[in-house]
Design a protein around this ligand. Structure first.
Ligand SMILES: [Zn+2]
Length: 344
């Protein structure tokens, strides 16, 4: 196995791989053969899984996307839940960056990542990226046998090997659980029993936002979605809920193209289920309208407020991507369909 963290760039192996070879390469991450002085590889693998559906048409993710998530995951684990990432008195680079950030902005104890201003989020992600990109990106490339992705530290991107990308998408939930298991085992060794209480939930929800208000603002105010996406009932001001069309439990990310407004009844009953394909088609049409609104080629628009976020999140949106995520969700066990009660 090569020590990939020295590399400035890497190209994934171009040969045809069979599923055994792919599995062998990925599972090495979870064995003692791969270096394990901090929890980085688990955190970075989670940042990849959580960003899996944010790739562009060439399967590229930027370091900003990856380390934005990485920063969020570690912020919540380290400062919100106080989970140490290295044994003894040692501190990892990411913990040093986080501590300096707390001091600089006088951030109160236990503040979750989602309460930061956009400016603070960008600041923190930049610092974490600059500090951690050297150790993390090449190391995971080496640990997975140089088949997972190509990368460039200078260009600040990774590009997935399409064969491995598809393999990972089809087994996302199982790989995610395996990653949590090994990560938790590592963290339990260096933390107190009190800190590691409910550790698996803490890991699973380390990048979960509870405030989805921005999507209500965009969809209700900007796009005038005034009816429940599922049952068609008119939404009342005090009963507008934001629903992840593909369940959050699968996708682990908040993006406008996956958000719909629903009445409390539908939102509570749907939970982690998928809606039938007719609603998928409805969402495709809705997203087409939103994308056109933000990216009308003939006009250069300046976006303000919540729309900056909306425009950014629609940038890489593709209809084909959404359709395959729906299939991937089913392949990963989200195959129970929920049907809303139709209004007569
Ligand atoms: Zn409804």
């Amino acid at each position: 196995m090569i020590a990939g963290h020295y590399l400035n760039e890497g190209q994934y192996d171009l040969r045809q791989l069979n599923t055994d070879e792919i599995w062998q390469a990925l599972s090495t991450l979870f064995t003692t053969r791969s270096r394990n002085s901090t929890s980085y590889k688990y955190g970075f693998f989670k940042a990849i899984l959580d960003n899996l559906y944010n790739v562009d048409a060439d399967l590229v993710l930027t370091f900003d996307q990856l380390f934005g998530k990485f920063a969020e995951i570690y912020w919540n684990l380290v400062t919100k839940y106080k989970v140490k990432q290295m044994p003894g008195e040692k501190t990892s680079a990411v913990e040093t960056v986080l501590t300096a950030f707390v001091e600089k902005y006088h951030i109160a104890e236990g503040v979750p990542f989602e309460s930061f201003t956009d400016e603070q989020k960008i600041q923190l992600a930049q610092r974490v990226k600059n500090k951690c990109k050297h150790n993390v990106v090449g190391a995971l490339y080496g640990d997975t046998g140089q088949i997972f992705y190509s990368f460039s530290k200078q260009g600040e991107w990774i590009r997935f090997n399409p064969q491995v990308y598809q393999y990972v998408c089809r087994r996302k939930t199982a790989l995610e659980k395996l990653n949590y298991y090994e990560w938790a085992k590592y963290l339990e060794k260096i933390n107190t029993a009190e800190t590691t209480l409910n550790l698996l939930t803490k890991l699973d929800e380390s990048a979960k936002r509870s405030n989805l208000e921005v999507y209500r603002q965009i969809l209700f105010d900007e796009f005038e979605s005034r009816e429940c996406f599922y049952c068609g009932r008119r939404l009342k001001n005090d009963g507008i809920q934001v629903d992840h069309f593909i369940p959050w439990a699968f996708i682990k990310d908040d993006k406008l193209w996956n958000m719909v407004l629903a009445c409390p009844t539908c939102n509570n009953k749907k939970r982690d289920k998928l809606a039938p394909e007719s609603f998928l088609n409805k969402l495709v049409i809705r997203n087409q309208d939103i994308r056109l609104h933000y990216y009308n080629d003939s006009v250069t628009k300046v976006h303000k407020g919540a729309d900056v976020r909306g425009a950014e999140e629609m940038r890489n949106y593709r209809k084909e991507g959404l359709l395959s995520i729906y299939t991937y969700a089913q392949e990963n066990g989200y195959n129970e369909l929920w049907h809303p009660m139709r209004l007569v």
